[in-house]
Design a binder for this molecule. Structure first.
Ligand code: 13P
Ligand code: SF4
Length: 341
């Protein structure tokens, strides 16, 4: 273990249960080696809500995840990030002002809208979602949350990921003509009144650069070169490519899929590279795991052993993630609605 790694472990021993280090699956292996728990964004949100013993929670992930941990943890607990500049560009594609503009546009045409907000969003977006009676979702439970809204006779305003929205609607058998795109860069959202009236789901024009890197051509090339390989992609992948893959799965579903793959098989994975490389190392000699295309989340990669150690040694106030109570209270409603489903 590196010198920094040894010092991190010594601090963890000293703090014991009072310190909880959470690591998202897309983190570097060297960081995850120090985590008390690994998970996808849903599992880590649940842990932050349940783990009341820890005085300090260190979130190795991106900013929106640490915000959710702060919102769901107790008032005595404080949440920190080793690198607070680790954001999520997709989360930043929806601001509260733009979302309110979209909400007003849809409600100006017809009634019955319910916001469903991907957790990859800022606390202010989650707060607006809570205020309007909506729920957050992750890629693991998007379908369940869509069903909750649609079964209540509501229409869904989904943001900020167009592709997770389209893939979820398609998996539920919702016809394309009942799904419309809202483009916040256009004054009227780039959507006609007729399209709004016809829609059961309206998706926001936002995307993840890491997952929009996966294409139809890459899938065809894998099929030509390795016809026996199975291809699975994360649902943030654009729909045309996602539909061509053998399977789609959230981060945890991808992990389960690889673990369940028969010995001797090859699985080609379209998601963040650090996770695929870790799965390849874990499965070495049993299943061959490859990247559909190497694609790194540069923000997830900002956390490393050095900034984790610095946080644990110095606890700088600027590394604390604190969501203002007025925002947190409304955002919590949307997060708790998801956790109840
Ligand atoms: P999960 O919800 O699968 O953890 O994904 C988080 C994420 O940021 C995917 O890009
Ligand atoms: Fe955001 Fe994409 Fe990185 Fe996930 S992989 S944190 S959606 S930029």
């Amino acid at each position: 273990m590196s010198d920094a790694g040894e010092r991190i472990e010594a601090i963890r021993r000293e703090w014991g249960d009072r310190l909880l280090i959470l690591g998202h699956h897309y983190q570097r292996a060297a960081v995850l080696a120090h985590a008390d728990a690994l998970g996808d964004s849903l599992e880590l949100a649940r842990l932050a809500a349940q783990q009341k013993k820890a005085e300090r929670i260190v979130f190795c992930g991106v900013h929106f995840m640490a915000e959710s941990a702060d919102i769901l943890s107790g008032p005595e607990q404080t949440v920190y990030m080793p690198e607070t500049a680790a954001g999520c560009p997709m989360a930043d594609m929806a601001t509260a002002e733009l979302m309110q503009g979209g909400w007003d546009r849809l409600n100006g045409v017809c009634d019955g809208w319910r916001p469903v907000v991907y957790v990859n969003s800022t606390a202010r977006i989650k707060a607006l979602c809570g205020r309007h009676g909506g729920s957050t979702c992750t890629s693991s439970n998007a379908r369940r949350v869509f069903e909750w809204a649609l079964n209540a006779g509501q229409r869904i305003f989904f943001l900020p990921d167009e592709h997770l929205g389209r893939n979820t609607a398609a998996a539920m058998g919702i016809p394309d003509r009942e799904v419309a795109l809202y483009n916040p860069a256009c004054a009227d959202g780039g959507v006609s009144d007729d399209e709004i009236r016809r829609a059961r789901v309206i998706v926001w024009k936002g995307f993840c650069l890491v997952h929009t890197a996966f294409t139809i051509n890459q899938i065809k090339a894998v099929r030509a070169a390795q016809p026996d390989a199975t291809i699975i992609v994360h649902p943030e992948t654009p729909r045309e490519a996602a539909e061509l893959a053998d399977a789609q799965g959230s981060t945890s579903e991808i992990i389960e899929f690889v673990k369940a793959a028969p010995a001797g098989s090859t699985v080609v994975v379209g998601t963040e590279q650090h996770l695929v490389e870790r799965l390849a190392a874990e499965q070495a000699g049993r299943v061959t795991v490859k990247c559909l295309k190497p694609s790194i989340c540069a923000n997830m990669a900002k956390t490393n052993e050095q900034n984790l150690l610095r946080l644990l040694e110095e606890w700088p106030a600027a590394s604390q993630i604190h969501v203002a109570p007025a925002v947190a209270n409304e955002a919590r409603r949307a997060l708790e609605q998801m956790l109840e489903l």
